[in-house]
Design a protein around this ligand. Sequence first.
Ligand code: IVH
Length: 667
Amino acid sequence: MNETEALIHKLRRELEEHNYRYYVLSSPTITDRDFDLLMKELEELEAAHPEYHSPFSPTQRLGSDLRNDFEQVAHRYPMLSLSNTYSEEEVSEFYDRVARSLNDDFEIVAEMKYDGVSISLIYRDGRLLRAVTRGDGSRGDDVTINVRTIRSIPLRLLGDDYPSEFEVRGEILLPIAEFERLNRERELADEAPFANPRNAAAGTLKQQDSHIVAARKLDAFFYAILGEALPCNNHYDNLRKARSWGFKISDATRKCGSIHDVFAYLNHWDVERKALPVGTDGVVLKVNSLAQQSALGATSKSPRWAIAYKFAAERAVTRLKSVSFQVGRSGAVTPVANLEPVLLSGTTIKRASLHNESIIERYDLCIGDMVYIEKGGEIIPKIVGVDTDARPAGGMRRVSFVKHCPKCGSELFRPENEAAHYCPNRWECAPQIIASIEHFASRKAMDIRIGPETAEDLYHRGLVRNVADLYGLSLDDLLRLPRKGDRSAGNLFESIEESKSVPFERLLFALGIKHVGETVAKRVVEAYPSISLLRPATTEELEAVGNIGKHIAQSLVDYFSDERNISIVDRLASYGLRMSAGEGPVAPRSSKLEGLGFVISGTFSKHSRDAYKQMIEQHGGHNLASVSAKTDYILAGENMGPSKLARALSLGIRILNEDEFLSMLTE
Ligand code: IVH
């Protein structure tokens, strides 16, 4: 081995050791900055010496340029699920059943049931060979490239007493704090927030781009090892061994010698789990001895030697003050419960969605009722019951669903087979029009800088009554809006101008046609690449081409058969918006940014984010989703994310403002 190779090996070992100390033991021995410097050194060496590339190098944790293909892989041992229990009685029954079947002494290992995504890892000769999701239990998706980015998962094992090949199973999780950070970021970027940490972890694990996965700080706990030559004859000791090889094994795992020990564990963790940094939804109880496990065996679905005990969802009780009704873009009217503020799982709850009339009817809700609310794994709490005993003897006012639109007074209708009520006054009902302007302007649609307040102002001042009116606005009109200074009015004016070159498929999405979301719009445009082809299409034709379903086809035909829509589309065309595909991205203009990686962060005043992205590509550079050692420049606008800034500084990446960037192109 020459000197360079030896240095690469040394750096890899050191970095893995620091990863382990930081992410598994939570006791780092060097600063983040020193860690980043070591990493950069290794990256540079590896880049200069591709002959020493290794998929097990800690640099792989930053994400790989290889695309994930999520190939389906068969599990060697099926990934069973657990039968669930919800009460101490059911736990006792399980315990007695095991005792009867074994007719011998036994121990139970109690563990936390982590609420994430199950994963199976195969290690050969101490190296991570493959990571596969549970899938249908017999086959799952190969997500190795993404899993390599999870810092608490060892790429190479510690020690030397591991079997030459074995499988380890566990749960991949997004820590709660990281989930909240991610959702804040998504809200700022106008993206739908994840409903809960489990969904966020699952969505992240299926990302095509592993750099995004690397930026999201997933974690993993392991709860089983499987294989032919395991070191010990019981589950508990095998987990301890796995911990010594570098896996993160929960400190909350306990051996229980009696049912009383088991109950004590359940009661303790029902409360203490709330302080854990990751989500749990119960406890898993397992027979410790492997010989006893195989004697007990399994059904086709779950083992007989283990059960899950699920914690009751956290509930709170509070008073229903009133119910208000909101009108959405489609005209759907949603009831919202206004509650006396109450604390539930660490957040103060003031409102709960009632979805539609059926919940009001099911609980026979009255104003002033004491209602039970639950978080049920979702962020928006729901009403799950009413304390009818708490009702006073005298009559109370029942909640009734409004018959008329709370905003425009039109009579509501309820389509057959739908639970929702709608306001039919699409063309004159203010909240519907304002929401359609907001939708049209949103990032994924026309990317015009209009927030909810500006949309309201534009509507209430009579400046915009439909989306085509946006293009008739003068700079003077915008300057007269409240809260708009020269600069923000100028930005808005410019972003309206720039939106004229948004591709046709995004315009089609922006029109807000029922059922035509982003993906459907793309599909429709593939089959009908221009408005003149799409407009006369019949439902039969639409259904016949390219995967367009009955409801979508009908909705498109309805849209284009309304003269008022046609007039909007014609006006948009007259303002120069793109009405056909193929007027797509412009050919490269220069190679000034050849090979350079950019991350864009913050908000800009001269051009939109998308315009900057396009410029980067037109000049040979590429856009990166997150800051890593592969980033050459950060194009920073106002309010750049503090974590990005810190990371950029620690990696010594150059930060450019708009002017500096633009002068790179003109130099
Ligand atoms: S043991 C054959 N232990 O819960 C037994 N599972 O329905 C296999 N889970 O998808 C599971 N924490 O991913 C086991 N400590 C734990 C667990 C755990 C979470 C998940 C697991 C599986 C589901 C079982």
